[in-house]
Design a protein around this ligand. Structure first.
Ligand SMILES: Cc1ncc(COP(=O)(O)O)c(C=O)c1O
Length: 387
């Protein structure tokens, strides 16, 4: 989260005093959630948006919406928050881990190598606001008749070739947890243009939805869903945050450009290639060294004065730290997707060597929104040893 203040506080106060904290009221969406979903759909140019409790629940709803379950394989990158791997497991499918390339996003060439007769979907992840190579991914998906769920949890509002991230695949998910570009502390959303995906996600996110919406379930698909309902308090915060989104992105991108201008003068490292420089959210500038040791030394030298880290050191964002996945553990042995699967899946900590090498030789130089452009221009010079 970059900004929150009086406007969010006033919006929350209004909801509390209205006494309407629940998202459904007398067969209608309550005002804040209904308004937020409309605004999000409009912003992303998507037909449907469904707000809910988290990005993880949005991933589960998107997979459910697409009918993915036991016997299916879902290709995900080895660099993403563990939730991207947990969501397929939650619906009974098996995550297949693919390499990332120098862009820090899923490597289309490795997606092709990982496709089997059981593959049903790909989840490209726009990590750290960096857009995936969506043209290549959509081409592969079409050729192999696979579904695409964009994980835009770290890229609220970003874009690829003029289209907002999340709205390019069959479904897209966003997160509004505390660390995201806009936030309500916790929160998430799924977007799609497909009515069937939306309707199934609606049931998964709220098994009681037809009851609250005063609809008869007759003639409609029903199945045992869960409860991932958002509250009006979260939606009230998100409505204000939504108004801030494009301004935050514009200022992040200005600062990112200023940092790049300085960093590109160094020959100690290279700037990582981007799949869409203009659409990049501007959260961080990835720079790449020839060795992991050089990357470490850079962080050691500068991290006290400028926020930065090596992605290899980011814990549960690296597949080699996903113990529950690597050990194929589900909450109950009889509901274990790997045991239900028709082929043996093997994981190992070294299974994506390209990913480990890239993540250890890269440093993500954070873009500090609170600093002015003048401060950034002068302080970034220290990162390249210039005065
Ligand atoms: C790439 C990615 N996917 C999914 C999630 C899950 O989002 P949430 O924390 O809202 O469940 C996160 C959150 O950190 C994320 O970074």
């Amino acid at each position: 989260m970059y900004e929150i203040g009086e406007r969010e506080a006033a919006a929350v106060r209004k909801v509390i005093l209205s006494g309407k904290l629940f998202r459904y009221h007398q067969g209608h969406n309550a005002p804040e959630t209904g308004r937020f979903e409309k605004a999000l759909a409009r912003k992303l140019d998507s037909k449907y948006a469904l707000a809910m409790t988290s990005g993880t629940s949005a991933l589960i709803c998107a997979l459910t919406g697409l009918g993915i379950g036991p016997g299916d394989e879902v290709i995900i990158p080895g660099y993403t928050f563990i939730a991207t791997a947990l969501a397929p497991v939650a619906v009974g499918a098996v995550p297949i881990i693919a390499e990332v390339n120098d862009s820090l996003t899923i490597d289309p060439a490795d997606i092709e190598r990982k496709i089997t007769r059981y593959t049903k979907a790909i989840i490209p992840v726009h990590m750290c606001g960096l857009p995936c190579d969506m043209s290549a991914i959509m081409r592969i998906a079409r050729r192999h008749r696979l579904k695409v769920i964009e994980d835009a949890c770290q890229a609220d509002g970003g874009s690829y070739r003029g289209r907002r991230l999340g709205a390019i695949g069959d479904a897209g998910v966003l997160s509004f947890n505390f660390y995201k570009i806009i936030s309500s502390g916790e929160g998430g959303a799924m977007v799609t243009n497909d009515e069937k995906i939306f309707q199934r996600a609606l049931i998964q996110h709220d098994a009681a939805n037809p009851f609250f919406m005063d609809e008869s379930p007759a003639g409609k698909e029903i199945f045992a869903g869960l409860n991932f309902r958002i509250t009006e308090i979260q939606s009230a915060i998100l409505n204000v945050q939504m108004g801030r989104l494009d301004g935050i992105l514009r200022r992040l991108r200005q600062r990112r450009r200023a940092i790049i201008k300085v960093l590109q003068q160094s020959d100690a490292f290279r700037l990582a290639p981007s799949n869409d420089t203009d659409g990049d959210c501007g959260v961080a500038v990835p720079v790449q060294f020839d060795t992991a040791e050089e990357a470490s030394a850079f962080v050691e030298k500068h991290a006290k004065s400028w926020p930065m880290f090596r992605p290899i050191d980011s814990g549960r964002h690296v597949y080699s730290n996903w113990e529950a996945i690597l050990q194929k553990k589900s909450h109950h042995p009889k509901l274990n997707p790997w045991k239900m699967h028709r082929r043996k899946i093997s994981y190992s900590k070294r299974m994506c060597p390209q990913t480990l090498e890239i993540l250890s030789q890269t440093v993500l130089v954070r873009v500090p929104l609170a600093k002015s452009l003048t401060e950034i221009r002068s302080e970034a010079k220290h990162l390249i040893g210039a005065k």
